[in-house]
Design a protein around this ligand. Structure first.
Ligand code: NAP
Length: 230
């Protein structure tokens, strides 16, 4: 049985990843805050024959993250999908300290704690997948705190990838561009959601990377619509 942790599995990209990885050989540890939404993800995964357990945790609270790590670390993970994230969009002069701190807590500090608590026991052939963003590769006006967090995790994950090579643990970075999920509901502006990628396209890329033989690491996958950035 493959033990797979997905953070932010209650909706959007995380939910699509959970559904595509659900097989009778998978135990999915589905993380989020919204219990009802997580139960819907779990029900869809169970239909595919997977087992599923829910982990409810607010990633902005490090003490709760440490408690969740204790719950998970009873046995090693085979796959860790670091997906949960927030996007606070505001020009520099309007950005609040609270928005900055929340972005750091959810997008950087919680993944660091999860990595430190869970990755060292992952066996050879296991994989860590980071859902980063096109915002990890170039600056986008109004998205400075989000870009900061994604650039930071990109550098962190690339360094950890080098540390883990000798152990045979793969670190895979995925860089999606605009994807039609709820994250866009808080973004000011009139965004053409119908032109965006579907979360299932990101999930398909994750599965393709995981399906490689264990001695192959797909290091980076960038994904976007053919017309370019929206
Ligand atoms: N959509 C895009 O255009 C896009 C593009 C590139 C990269 N990404 C990245 O993809 C990842 C998933 O985003 P999405 O688009 O699927 O967004 P989404 O639909 O808004 O989902 C975000 C997920 O993160 C969880 N989350 C947010 N804040 C949390 C907190 N404080 N504690 C615990 N969980 C929290 C949410 O859980 P609850 O709902 O249960 O609170 C939810 O499951 C993010 O890292 C995002 O930066 C998205």
């Amino acid at each position: 049985m493959q033990r797979v942790l997905i953070t932010g599995a209650s909706r959007g990209i995380g939910r699509a990843i959970a559904e595509i990885l659900a097989t009778p050989q998978t135990l999915l540890l589905l993380h989020g805050r919204d219990q009802q939404a997580l139960e819907e993800t779990a029900a869809a995964c169970k239909q595919a024959g997977a087992k599923a357990e829910l982990l409810i945790c607010d990633l902005s609270k490090p003490a709760l993250v440490e408690r969740m790590i204790d719950q998970i670390s009873t046995s090693p993970l085979d796959v860790f999908v670091n997906n949960a994230g927030v996007g606070m969009v505001n020009p520099l002069e309007q950005m609040t300290r609270e928005e900055w701190d929340l972005t750091v807590a959810v997008n950087i500090t919680a993944p660091f704690l999860l990595y430190r608590g869970l990755v060292p026991t992952m066996p050879s052939g296991s994989s860590v997948v980071n859902i980063l963003s096109g915002a990890a590769k170039s600056g986008i006006p109004g998205w400075s705190s989000y870009c900061m967090s994604k650039f930071a995790m990109d550098g962190f994950a690339k360094a950890v990838r080098e540390e883990l090579r000798a152990k045979g643990v793969r670190v895979i970075n995925i860089y999606p561009n605009a994807t039609d999920t709820d994250i866009w509901e808080q973004v000011p502006g009139d965004w053409p959601r119908e032109k965006m990628m579907r979360p299932e396209s990101v999930a398909t890329a994750v599965k393709a990377a995981l399906d490689q033989p264990p001695n192959i690491v797909v290091e980076d996958i960038s994904l976007g619509i053919i017309q370019g950035r929206l």
